[in-house]
Ligand binder design. Structure first.
Ligand code: HSE
Length: 341
């Protein structure tokens, strides 16, 4: 039996426990017959059986992997640091922490022969980071454009269908898609963190979300959708990394009907990537929500277990802080940029 711990038993953390329980047979099969068991849950709330101190977990030699599904910088940073220093791998859904401290934590993991993986931090359930890191590791990726925030896409899709912004946001919150502070969603910061993580992986230099030119969706109106529709377009919040121009941008874009991202609706995320050999790739899946995001965490847990005692190169440990160019100004006569692909 392989024991893990879950730090933070909110939407995603409780989803991890559910994935482990429901897909135990499948997990066992890829772990060569071993069962996976959630031995500890850490949460500040009074949850039956949960512990409140990290020491209990990191002092238990049975624990080789923990899932950090707390979100926010602290205490997630301190707990991750402590675990990695003990050689315990950490699988995180926490894009804020990956953006702020991912390089340092990855280097700690490497020097302690364990791993720091964060598949669930970008694109929810879409296996995007591992694909970029492994299947596309040999590609020269020139561009990536993605709908990376399920909440914003849910709101924009509903607005296109005539619903108002506030009730669409409320629905997204009720479904557990939104951030604790939904300003991070609607002002584009969540998308900025995600595209910054992808741009860092692809460019080989650390780009932080503060460097990203960022505009959210709060100025998008129902009338804008009517106008866009008249030109055969929709409006999507996109994170775009252009390797040639060396720019990273988050902004609402007009997306033409003949582009695949036009049909990415609701909570779904869609990411397009251009490699010099493979050419265009399209990734599509649920970018937020309990089980899809938890599934991505569990996929990291399995990778860590298969590599116990070794460090998995996550592409972050050697990144130096990098500069990027400002995105070109948009045409002042147009309210939105148009996706060019
Ligand atoms: N609030 C985020 C979203 C959660 O809506 O996409 C997943 O990162």
């Amino acid at each position: 039996m392989i024991n893990i711990a879950i730090l933070g038993f909110g939407t995603i953390g409780s989803g991890v426990a559910e994935v482990v329980e429901k897909n135990q047979a499948e997990i066992q099969k890829i772990l060569g017959g071993e069962t996976l068991h959630v031995k500890y849950i850490l949460d500040i709330r009074d949850i039956p059986g949960a512990v409140k101190d990290i020491e209990t977990i990191i002092n238990d030699p049975d624990i080789k992997v923990v899932c950090e599904t707390m979100g926010g910088k602290e205490p997630a940073y301190t707990y991750t640091h402590l675990a990695l220093e003990r050689g315990i791998s950490v699988c995180s859904s926490n894009k804020e922490l990956v953006d702020a401290h991912g390089v340092e934590l990855s280097a700690i993991a490497r020097s302690h022969h364990c791993s720091y993986l964060f598949e669930a931090s970008v694109g929810g359930g879409i296996p995007l980071i591992r694909t970029i890191r492994e299947a596309c590791g040999h590609e020269k990726i020139s561009k990536i454009a993605g709908i990376l925030n399920g909440t914003c896409n849910y709101i924009l899709t509903n607005m296109k269908d005539g619903k108002d912004f506030d009730s669409a946001l409320k629905e997204a919150q009720e479904k557990g898609y939104a951030e604790r502070n939904p300003a991070a969603d609607v002002e584009g910061h969540d998308t900025a963190r995600k595209i910054a993580i992808l741009a860092s992986l692809i460019s080989g230099k650390k780009i932080s979300y503060e460097q990203v030119d960022c505009e959210g969706i709060t100025n998008v109106t129902a009338e804008d959708f009517v106008n866009a529709d008249a030109y055969g377009m929709s409006i999507k919040l996109l994170g775009v990394y252009d390797a040639g121009a060396d720019t990273v941008l988050v902004a609402p874009h007009l997306v033409p009907k003949d582009n695949a991202l036009y049909n990415v609706n609701g909570v779904f995320n869609g990411v397009m990537l251009k490699g010099n050999m493979v050419n265009d790739l399209l990734f599509y899946g649920r970018g937020a929500g309990k089980l899809p995001t938890a599934s991505a965490v569990v996929s990291d847990v399995i990778e860590c277990i298969k590599n116990i005692g070794k460090n998995i190169d996550n592409g972050f440990a050697d990144l130096e802080p990098g500069t990027i160019n400002r995105a070109p100004e948009k045409n002042p006569e147009q309210k939105f940029r148009t996706l060019s692909w």
